[in-house]
Design a protein around this ligand. Structure first.
Ligand code: 5GP
Ligand code: MG
Length: 192
């Protein structure tokens, strides 16, 4: 991870992005490492990855291509950052969960663990369906020392500072998901 101000990724305008936080090469290395660990843990089993849309889309696509096991994909929508906001509403909206998760080895895959509300709510919903096993994986976890009651994911890609990030699937007001790196969004009043 780097805090250095590097050149901006394609698709980013310098007015919107402050700097690259996790460069693409580092993301790829870590995603491959996570896939190895997950593959090892579920060796000989069939895994169902329940991916939280839309932010985990690119993470999911990269991760599963390095997973050497039998697996299925299931998708669910959740949003705690409605519209052009960088503050969590604390009220994730979700679609229906597929009943087919009963008896399956389920791994919930999300982009970011922030307050932990989304993961806690989703975990509870999936648990109620009766999976055979249930684990969780997030690409990034925000460093929030004042938030000890957050759920502890089984797999974490990166620990990052408490800044609003975009890129590699993550958006601000539906923009910037296409940036290949994880970038810090420039805040109002922050100088260029
Ligand atoms: P939580 O429920 O943990 O507070 O929020 C988790 C959800 O909020 C994540 O799945 C993610 O979609 C969104 N989120 C939290 N922090 C950020 C951030 O820094 N950038 C973006 N783009 N989304 C975030
Ligand atoms: Mg999300």
């Amino acid at each position: 991870m780097t805090d250095g101000r590097e050149s901006l990724p394609p698709g980013a305008s310098s007015g919107d992005i402050s700097h690259i936080l996790v460069p693409r090469q580092e993301i790829q290395r870590r995603v491959e490492e996570l896939a190895r660990q997950i593959g090892h843990l579920y060796e000989g089993k069939e895994l169902t990855i329940l991916a939280v849309l839309t932010g985990s889309l690119i993470f999911l696509a990269d991760l599963i291509r390095h997973l050497p096991i039998k697996m299925r994909i299931s998708l669910i929508s959740a949003s705690s950052y409605p519209g052009a906001s960088t503050r969590s509403s604390g009220a994730p909206l979700m679609g229906d969960l597929p009943a087919a998760l009963a008896g399956q080895h389920v791994l919930i895959l999300d982009d970011i663990l922030d307050s932990g509300c989304t993961m806690a709510a989703l975990r509870e919903k999936v648990q109620a369906i009766g999976p055979s096993t249930l684990r969780t994986c997030v690409l990034v976890r925000k460093f929030l020392p004042g938030c000890p009651a957050r759920p502890e994911p089984d797999f974490v890609g990166f620990e990052i500072p408490d800044r609003f990030v975009v890129g590699y699937g993550l958006d601000f007001d539906h923009l910037y998901r296409n940036l290949p790196d994880i970038c810090v969004l420039r805040q109002d009043g922050e100088t260029q």
